[in-house]
Design a protein around this ligand. Sequence first.
Ligand code: ATP
Length: 490
Amino acid sequence: MKNNKISFKEIVSHAKQYGFVFPSSEIYDGINAIYDYGQYGIYLKNNIKEYWWKSMIQINENIIGLDTSILMHPNIWKASGHVSKFKEIFLYNEETKSSYRLDLLIENYFKTNLKKETKLKHKLRKYLDKKLKRNETYKILKLINKIKLIAPKHKNNKLTKWTKIYEYNLMFKIPLKEHEHEKKKFYLRPETAQGIFTNFLNVLNTSKMKIPFGIAQIGKVFRKEIIARQFLFRMREFEQMEMQFFIHPNQEEKWLEYWKKKRLKWHLSLGLGKKKYRFYEHEQLAHYAKKAYDIQFKFTFGFKELEGIHSRTNFDLKNHEKYSKKRFRVFDKEKKTVYIPYIIETSVGLDRMFLAVFSSALKKETIKDTDTKKERIILKLNPALSPIKAAIFPLIRDKRLISYAKDIYQNLNLDFILIYEENDSIGKRYRRQDAIGTPICVTIDFQTLKDKCVTLRFRDKMLQKRVLIKDLKREIKKETSMNQLFKLLR
Ligand code: ATP
């Protein structure tokens, strides 16, 4: 069996062709960077969610879950610093007629032109930081032109002119009433974290949680990403799975390291390959962060952020104290004094996780079938994440086999997500299930009528075995249960 490489284009097209991800509003020519999940995509997405949720909340007694609203009081975004600081700086390039994010442009420039840590690199970094702090962006524009930075999309490496530099707040602003007064600006939330911080006191008062403890949630967020491409990697509407861990300020290092390790272990448990992950320490920090790491994943377009692990210090709670006039203090038994807890955040994009899992699983295999060579497209998903756990087939369209197969389907479809199929040849049905990642195909044949056994065909090795119908539930569970993943987290 030989593996052939799959391109990014093939990944996007497979996702659409097999009902995983559709471009939103496609009949109206689509809308940039917004996607819908299809009939199989929704199960894969829900399974990733379930795995994250259970490994955060169910197996950690000191983490609880919430589901907070998307629309929140406008002051929240002032206190969190998003109104004044959740911005990106963009540069417009005349030749390519495109805008580029300054931080990504600089990162790319350093990677290609200044690979080593030199004095020049250090000087440039310092200069940029200084100008950014002073808001002297026109000086940055001048510098970019002076060092003749080439626009990434530019074909001719000589000519390139940067003509504009501008800032852009990434939050979607919405009027809540028809003629909303300008002063009250509502926003679609750009992160789920604030819903957690603003409920900190509610949780403290209504649960038995004591520091250190965590609050987690999964939810939709919205960002006006200007460079919105790369499929599910950069979307304008996406979901985050976030956990905020509240700690004593002098335990910041310890918990940051703890969560870095723990989250990497979670990713590794999915079996996508150790070499596909690395840590990246941020040089430029988000406005709320003191120390920040990314778990980067090797997508088909290179190593990119998959999850952020940040020390947010007491930045958010302190500011909510200031704006809400409520006290976010807890009692320090040892020192007999009160303090505002520090926070370690873990934040992973559900859609980026989907892309990482989906794109790593998609394989092209050449299989030798007696004398002929055939190609099969197979989605080698971890069976615990597969949308469909088993496909039930009557060998041919015979009344007795169909009735038997339908009975099996009815008996098991409360326990597992199944598919029943009777069209086309068995070979074609296998190929269809391979392409959507179904780990087991169950075939009912004439022998079944006599011995009450069915044939199981396993996706990856294409092995077959016969089992008694009464043992089918146990067999499917053994192969597809999420418990296998939880064991790896211990
Ligand atoms: P980036 O630098 O790629 O813009 P970020 O640092 O702004 O990401 P965070 O604010 O830390 O991202 O958000 C946490 C997680 O949310 C990211 O690690 C990523 O998985 C996901 N995420 C962020 N922006 C997007 C987006 N536009 N589309 C899909 N997922 C996203």
